[in-house]
Ligand binder design. Structure first.
Ligand code: PLP
Length: 452
């Protein structure tokens, strides 16, 4: 029986990534407030937000400094844009800060409002850059099967998941997909992880050669895959991939939308995974999700080409209203200040032994086929048969059942098919980590009764 608020929701809202048919009966979980890593529903029931919202509320739910920063900026200058040469102090400061902490040389920062628009911008910039430098045929972008890069037309095309393409008439032209570096599901019998990594790089090279290297502009990858099922590439994978990219003059775009700002125990995921990207997309934890902000980090050679194009065309014809929004910019500056001042990365590193000890214990659970991830993000894949890795029949929606049992236990997680993702706020404390895994284990034990 739905409450009044739930009924009003069902009659008015479209929910992203929701089965819109079954949702009409189930109704929404309506949350009202939050504190630290906890959120509370309209009945006052408490939940640990084990997904940091959507992999984003790194500083938790009631950071007073962020609230005050937003309030002050709202009162001072709630909006101004950065079109046509206008600017403001917080945008300049945040761009400077990002340049300082980026793991590679960055010339300029281009702000947006979502991870999707950052990756859309990356695609456009690759096309624009190659036109500018007289290589109009070098336009194809290679993403990976099961990669996740967003939902706008170009970024949904980059995303390598069927639900983002089917009946949306995607992917668009010039976007290709190569192998997913997930050994558990895509490694062949008898193949070592090292051999699998080599095969992934060989398959990338074969694709580039098939298409013609003169037509391939860039390769995009999340350091550790998120929404495609939390996939961690094997050791040595990026080194092998990098060699292929260098050989064929293909630029490397790191999608750091989840992994940026401490998630893997380093400021950026590229550092944790030994990647050498040319450019990067960031969003989410850039403001601890207190305001929608994204950033594209542009290297000098692309910036120089953009300047030349401006001279030729008369303007740089790209940008959206909320790019460089002063409230978002002020929040970004404050968020990064807190990460550095409070040594959030050191805190994450101190949590990792305890976090992974719980995950190692979960590996023994009869329903768990694989536990994967890195830093403070993990995926727990549920299987029908541990020995053969046989998946559950998709119609049984076992992952969704696990999520709803976790919710009953007072824990919010997210299932990506039958993989349960865990990605708590970075400020979580050890006793809260323990409580989170106690709830998760109870839910999985109860799940056994449902599926056996
Ligand atoms: N890239 C990655 C790696 C993501 O995880 C996401 C969202 O989860 C996006 C891009 C898209 O970001 P947004 O939902 O802000 O458009």
């Amino acid at each position: 029986m739905l409450t009044n608020l739930q009924t009003r929701d069902v009659e008015t809202l479209i929910h992203p990534y929701t089965n819109l048919a079954s949702f009409r009966e189930a109704g929404p979980l309506v949350l009202e407030n939050g504190k630290g890593v906890w959120v509370y529903d309209t009945d006052g029931k408490a939940y640990i937000e084990g997904m940091a919202g959507l992999w984003c509320t790194s500083l938790g739910y009631s950071n007073e400094e962020l609230v005050e920063t937003a309030r002050e900026q709202m009162a001072k200058l709630p909006f101004t844009h950065i079109f046509g040469g206008k600017s403001h102090d917080p945008a300049i400061e945040l761009a400077e800060k990002l340049k300082e902490i980026a793991p590679m040389p960055v010339s300029k920062v281009l702000f947006g409002a979502s991870g999707s628009d950052a990756n859309d911008t990356q695609v456009k910039l690759m096309w624009y850059y190659n036109n500018a430098i007289g290589r109009p045929q070098k336009k194809k972008i290679i993403a990976r099967i099961k990669g996740y890069h967003g939902v706008t037309v170009a970024s949904a095309s980059l995303t390598g998941l069927p639900a983002n393409h089917t009946d949306f008439d995607l992917p668009i032209k010039n976007i290709l997909h190569t192998s997913c570096p997930h050994y558990y599901r895509f490694g062949k019998d008898g193949e070592t992880e090292e051999e699998f990594a080599t095969r992934c790089a060989d398959e990338l090279e074969e694709l580039i050669l098939r298409e013609g290297p003169e037509t391939v502009a860039a390769f995009i990858a999340e350091p550790v895959g998120g929404a495609g099922g939390v996939t961690t590439p094997p050791a040595g994978y990026y080194e092998k991939i990098q060699k292929v990219l260098d050989k064929y003059d293909v630029l490397f775009i790191a999608d750091e939308v989840i992994t940026g700002f401490g998630r893997l125990g380093t400021m950026f995921g590229s550092e944790a995974m030994g990647m050498r990207p040319d450019t990067m997309s960031c969003a989410k934890a850039i403001t601890s999700a207190y305001f929608p902000v994204s950033a594209v980090m542009i290297p000098e050679k692309i910036y120089a080409a953009m300047v030349d194009e401006s001279r030729k065309i008369g303007t740089f014809g790209h940008g959206n209203t909320y790019a460089g929004h002063p409230v978002g910019m002020a929040l970004g500056v404050k968020t990064i200040e807190i990460y550095q001042r409070d040594n959030i990365i050191g805190h994450v590193q101190s949590l990792l032994p305890g976090f992974w000890k719980h995950l190692d214990t979960l590996r023994q659970h009869p329903l768990v086929g694989e536990v994967r991830g890195k830093g403070l993000v993990a995926g727990i894949e549920l299987v029908a048969d541990k020995a053969t890795k046989r998946a559950f029949d998709a119609k049984k929606t076992v992952g969704a059942k696990a999520t709803s049992l976790c919710q009953e236990e007072g824990l919010i997680v997210r299932n990506l098919a039958d993989t349960v993702a865990v990605c708590p706020p970075l400020i979580i404390k050890q006793d809260e980590v323990d409580e989170m895994f106690a709830k998760l284990t109870r839910a999985l034990d109860r799940l056994e009764d449902h599926v056996r």
